[in-house]
Design a protein around this ligand. Structure first.
Ligand code: ADP
Length: 415
């Protein structure tokens, strides 16, 4: 079966068509500037030339139709009929407290995605628009929603509750949800296989270090703790996000600047992190170049980044009562030997040892970095969120309906 994977943003749509026979990518691409001037589709069919077209895309439905045309085109297409697409898997940011796993889209599931607009104001509306665009363009095609928050739903209350009055949890769903769940889920399960760990009991720490960054601790692939919270702001230092700060910082800056809470949160989300600390860039390639040139702010920023990261690794190693493996993934994790080396040097006191030659060679591929006598295995495992979404989609489309899925057949009015 071929599965189309869609990741809709407010003005963008990323897609991949995956042949699940061998999990190969038949084509992938991106629609940019949807709803604004200068809309553009870039389509990359495997084994054929890249195709780009600038054409108006007033909304996501037009974008979905253009994607279908590109996939079906004689010159740069990869399928002959839309019937070859067995199902569509959608990346959805937030499923709130209601949804704990990927599910076939029903009116109930759409209503939950809508209910969570407040929790994911930038993503959930676009995710729902994407689902409805496919429903209009390919009526009857099964749609599956794969939630970024599902993995974090594995946490127990002691990990997900903030120590604030019940009312805010009960009435507004204020808890830790965790994000990058599709990636953490995929990489922790890959780690269990790749590193020959017990599939039920293997204890893995995954460091997802991209522009956004988060870390998770899991046992047998089930999340025990993860660093992002109600929103993706909590946790590690990121490209432009501060990660953990004393909540009173928000009040203090807001009062001092005479601005709004939203303005201050915007600063913490978009003007902070490595960009702010280094004064150079949010991109680790620029930061590493600045460090190599002796830039002191960049050196301090990297030290702060690693300090926060090892603080979390230490905490998660304790929560797990001793991790079996630490895995690096995403842009920086897969391509950044400097961060990996600095982290592992901190962990030497625990008996962690890596082979620096392997570390220097590890770019975007699965590699074991640790030496055989290391107390904790260390590896790089590339994430593949699209494949994870396609696998969940296939599983749900092929599976007979599980009893708990009946829940999702509730009508919109029943939630
Ligand atoms: P996201 O999906 O969160 O946007 P990615 O996982 O694609 O982010 O990671 C992007 C980041 O990866 C870039 O900001 C850059 O800092 C980092 N990166 C990419 N390539 C390299 C490299 N060769 N060396 C160091 N960092 C890299």
């Amino acid at each position: 079966m071929k599965i189309l994977v869609l990741n809709c943003g407010s003005s963008s749509l990323k897609y991949q068509l995956i042949d699940m026979e061998d999990e190969s990518v038949l084509a992938k691409g991106l629609c940019e500037r949807i709803g604004i001037d200068g809309s553009k589709l870039t389509h990359r069919p495997t084994g054929k030339d890249r195709y780009e077209i600038e054409t108006p895309m007033p909304n996501h439905q037009v974008a979905v139709e253009l994607v279908l045309q590109a996939l079906l085109s004689k010159d740069h297409g990869v399928i002959e009929s839309a019937d070859e697409i067995g199902a569509v898997g959608h990346r959805v940011l937030h499923g709130g407290k209601e949804i704990t796993k990927s599910c076939v889209v029903t009116p109930y599931v759409k209503a939950v995605i809508r209910e969570c607009f407040d929790l994911g104001p930038l993503h959930n509306p676009a995710n729902l628009i994407g689902i409805e665009a496919v429903e209009a363009a390919m009526p009857g095609k099964p749609n599956v929603a794969v939630f970024d928050t599902s993995f974090g739903m594995g946490m127990e209350p002691k990990a997900y509750r903030y120590a604030i009055p019940d009312k805010y949890y009960d009435e507004y769903g204020v808890r830790r949800y965790g994000f990058h769940g599709t990636s953490h889920d995929f990489v922790s399960h890959e780690a269990l296989k790749y590193l020959n760990l017990d599939p039920e009991k293997g204890k893995v720490i995954v460091c997802h270090l991209g522009n956004g960054a988060s870390i998770s601790a899991s046992v047998g692939g089930v999340c025990v703790d993860t660093s992002m919270g109600l929103t993706p702001l909590e946790g590690l230092i990121m490209g432009t996000r501060s990660g953990d700060v004393d909540a009173a910082v928000v009040q203090y800056i807001t009062n001092k600047e005479g601005c709004t809470v939203n303005d201050t949160l915007n600063i913490l989300n978009k003007q902070s992190g490595m960009a702010a600390l280094s004064g150079v860039s949010s991109d680790f390639r620029d930061i590493e170049a600045a460090i190599n040139a002796g830039n002191e702010k960049a050196i301090m920023a990297m030290d702060a980044y690693v300090h926060r990261l090892v603080k979390y690794i230490g905490a998660y190693n304790t929560i797990l009562k001793g991790a079996d493996a630490i895995v690096f993934t995403a842009g920086v994790g897969e391509n950044g030997p400097m961060v990996r080396r600095m982290v592992c040097e901190y962990l030497e006191f625990l008996g962690v040892k890596i082979n620096e030659e392997e570390n220097l060679k590890a770019f975007g591929k699965q590699v074991v970095l640790s030496t055989p006598d290391s107390t904790i295995k260390v590896a790089v495992i590339p994430t593949n969120e699209e494949l994870a979404i396609a696998r969940d989609t296939l599983k749900l489309v092929l599976a007979p309906k599980a009893p708990e899925m009946e829940e999702n057949d509730k009508t919109e009015n029943e939630i």
